[in-house]
Every structure is written in structure tokens, then in C-alpha cells.
Ligand binder design. Structure first.
Ligand code: NAP
Length: 213
């Protein structure tokens, strides 16, 4: 049976979301600062941007590659899929274009009623109103022996962490201070109990912390 996995980029002070978006700059500079190392890896360039032979190799890239390996299904929240930015828009198909970089079933937890969306490249988005446990069970059935990834966003990840349903959490701790936003660790006192915690520092300054059962 596969594992339930999470990977996130967080700031040194634990924030996983940014707060400097404006109508002129809808992504914001802080998001670029938070994700620059990951986005710069060879794996991200190839798997998400379709660029070959570009990007960094080394430890940051090793973790980026692991993110894509051995995954058979994903669970994500309405915010991550973009439904909070594009509410009740039947044409919205997520941020990832016609061929999203999943290639497997993705269960999107949302209270919005939407039909299943079959995309190019093997990704199917199922929109489900159920408990986080039920959504995970459906994803596990689809994944078979492969892992299930809880992709994000931060609220949904925190629900799965708090419920004790995650087997492996990898955080790339980026050496920047955000000072505000959604903190990954809030109210997760002693989360580390029951996990083996390992740490590797990359030359980029990013520290990769893994909690594994
Ligand atoms: N740092 C990183 O690596 C990283 C990675 C991914 C995302 N993010 C950040 O995460 C943020 C997006 O996450 P978010 O916390 O706003 O939203 P989210 O976790 O993607 O989604 C939460 C939403 O999912 C729906 N939902 C959750 N549980 C449900 C249930 N049991 N049944 C039905 N619907 C349910 C609800 O939306 P409705 O009620 O509206 O349907 C809820 O508001 C963004 O800021 C993004 O940048 C960060």
C-alpha cells in the first residue's frame, strides 16, 4: 500500500502563504521569493514548464524529483484549484493549462457543485463534497500501490496533518521571513511525535526537513 505524502515550501517563520498580492501583481513578489529555488530546479522546469536541460541539479532538484515520483492520485482543496479566485466559473479548469502535470485522478474538495473534468495527459479532476477521510479513501483506491499526495493548499494540508493522516511530510524551509499569512505549524504542537525527522541543508540555503513514519 502506498503512503500519504505532502510537500510544501515554507518560510523560515513557518508561513506557507503570501499576503502581498495586488490587482497589478496578482502573484506578488513574496510568492516568487518563497518558490524561487523550487521553480529553478531542472525537475520543475521539465515537468511543469516543459523546458528540457534547464534548471539546477543537486539536493533541491532531488527533492523536487521525489515530489513527482511514485504518485498515483492527489487530493487538493478548492483554494489550490483556484475556485476561490474563480467562483462559479464553468470555464475555469485550474491553473495548469490543457495538460496539467499530474497524469492521474485528482480529488478537489469543494462545496461548489462541478462536473468531473477530464484533461489531456491522464489528469481527471473530480470535485467532491465529502470528509477529508472519504476523499483520501477514494484517492487511495485509485492509487493502488502508489502514493497519494495531498497537494495543497495550506488549509487542507493542515486538516490532514491535524487528523494524523499523513505518512510523510517534506517541507523546504526557505530562508526568508514572511511575518504573516497562514502558518503551517499553528496549533500543531508536538506534531513531530511519531515521526522520524531528518534534515538536509542545500547550498541554496533551503533546509529540507522530512517527517516520516
Ligand atoms: N507553500 C506551498 O508550497 C503551497 C502549496 C500549495 C498552495 N499554497 C497556498 O495555499 C493557498 C491555497 O490554499 P487555501 O488554504 O486557501 O485553500 P485550500 O486548502 O486549497 O482549500 C480549502 C477549501 O477547500 C474546500 N474544502 C476543504 N475541506 C472540504 C470538505 N471536507 N468538503 C468540501 N470542501 C472542502 C473549502 O472551500 P469551499 O467551501 O469554498 O469549496 C475550503 O475553503 C494559496 O495561498 C497557495 O499559494 C502554498
Amino acid at each position: 500500500m502506498g503512503k500519504v505524502r505532502v510537500d510544501l515550501n515554507i518560510s523560515l517563520d513557518g508561513y506557507a502563504t503570501t499576503t502581498d498580492q495586488t490587482p497589478e501583481d496578482p502573484i506578488g513578489q513574496d510568492w516568487n521569493r518563497l518558490t524561487a529555488t523550487y521553480v529553478g530546479t531542472r525537475t520543475f522546469r521539465e515537468r511543469v514548464l516543459g523546458q528540457t536541460g534547464k534548471g539546477t541539479t543537486g539536493l533541491d532538484n532531488d527533492y523536487a524529483a521525489e515530489y513527482f515520483e511514485n504518485v498515483g492520485a492527489e487530493v487538493m482543496g478548492a483554494g489550490m484549484f483556484g475556485l476561490h479566485d474563480h467562483p462559479n466559473d464553468p470555464d475555469w479548469q485550474g491553473w495548469w493549462g490543457d495538460t496539467p502535470p499530474f497524469g492521474f485522478p485528482v480529488y478537489v474538495l469543494t462545496h461548489e457543485d462541478r462536473p468531473t473534468l477530464k484533461m489531456e495527459g491522464g489528469t481527471t479532476f473530480h470535485f467532491v463534497q465529502s470528509s477529508i477521510e472519504d476523499a483520501l479513501e477514494r484517492a487511495k483506491e485509485d492509487a493502488g500501490d502508489l502514493d497519494v499526495r495531498v497537494g495543497g493548499g495550506v488549509s487542507l494540508v493542515r486538516s490532514y496533518l491535524a487528523a494524523g493522516l499523513v505518512d510523510r511530510l517534506h517541507v523546504a524551509v526557505v530562508p526568508i521571513l514572511l511575518g504573516r499569512g497562514q502558518n503551517l505549524w499553528a496549533d500543531l504542537r508536538e506534531f513531530e511525535r511519531g515521526y522520524k525527522v531528518t534534515t538536509e541543508a542545500a547550498p541554496s540555503g533551503v533546509v529540507h526537513v522530512t517527517f516520516a513514519r
